[in-house]
Design a protein around this ligand. Sequence first.
Ligand SMILES: Cc1cc2nc3c(=O)[nH]c(=O)nc-3n(C[C@H](O)[C@H](O)[C@H](O)COP(=O)(O)OP(=O)(O)OC[C@H]3O[C@@H](n4cnc5c(N)ncnc54)[C@H](O)[C@@H]3O)c2cc1C
Length: 279
Amino acid sequence: MGKVAVVGAGPAGIAATIQLIRYGHEVQVYEKGRVSGALWNARRVDNYPGFPEGISGSELANQMEKQFLSHVDNIIINEVEEIRKTDAGFSIMGMDFDGVILCTGTTPKKAEFPGEDELADAGLLHYGIAEVDSWRGVKEVAVIGGGEASIDMSLNLAENNISVTLIYRSELRGIISLKELAFNEEGITRLEGEVKSAGIDEKAVVHLDNRELRFDRVIVSVGREVVLPQLVGFSIDHPPPRMLVAGDATRGNLGQVAMAVGDGVQAAIAMSEYLEERN
Ligand SMILES: Cc1cc2nc3c(=O)[nH]c(=O)nc-3n(C[C@H](O)[C@H](O)[C@H](O)COP(=O)(O)OP(=O)(O)OC[C@H]3O[C@@H](n4cnc5c(N)ncnc54)[C@H](O)[C@@H]3O)c2cc1C
């Protein structure tokens, strides 16, 4: 048996943790946000087996969170900033581990227009819609970005009776069925243009080339990237034994829930084999 850290409790981290616990290992999970990760943003998941009619992303996230919490009480809600290689294994926040599974997924990119940070600090700009249930009185939202995730989030908001202006630079990209849904959704106005800057005047004010628009909230969805904690004493390109990566952290934007879950289980089995060989 060994002591394993799982960093990130999205679908990959959840699957890895449950599998490790079934093998009898001691597991410490770290999560900087909410269990189930990026899945809270998905409107509808039709490609995850077990749900013949499909399932909303938030419902699947909710079910995964429940299953996770029924197995796990060792969770620290904090961001892991650094993982240090030691002689015996690894150290995270002063705790020692025999192995680590990194399931940190992807982080939304910033759009990088002037005023973006000020809007975010004022709680008027978000990089996802995971907290939509807690928004009060929000009626008009701008979604900035032309990819599949921005279309998916726009549809999700429109289905929740929020009026959406989807602002994109040149063309909308994504699977045709999703684009068709967005084109036919009355609650979504498509607007081709580039956000030059933003400010606050009670509402969020967005400046485009030659116009100024006001919104209750702004969502920035311009892509996601892999951001790992700082790794001290090793590189992820040549990871030491018992340092494994699973889920979107290995796949970037191309990941899917089923892949993340499979990766998590696979990493847990590999970790268990490493630990047994060592004993
Ligand atoms: C809008 C949208 C729609 C989608 N639709 C679908 C769909 O229809 N079907 C489908 O299969 N997939 C869909 N996906 C993709 C799916 O959500 C991801 O593939 C899946 O969530 C990846 O799981 P993961 O565990 O690898 O990463 P994530 O879900 O990204 O989880 C990573 C977790 O790690 C935490 N974390 C990160 N860094 C640290 C740190 N340093 N310390 C502690 N915790 C940390 C994060 O807070 C997060 O909870 C969609 C995604 C989005 C954004």
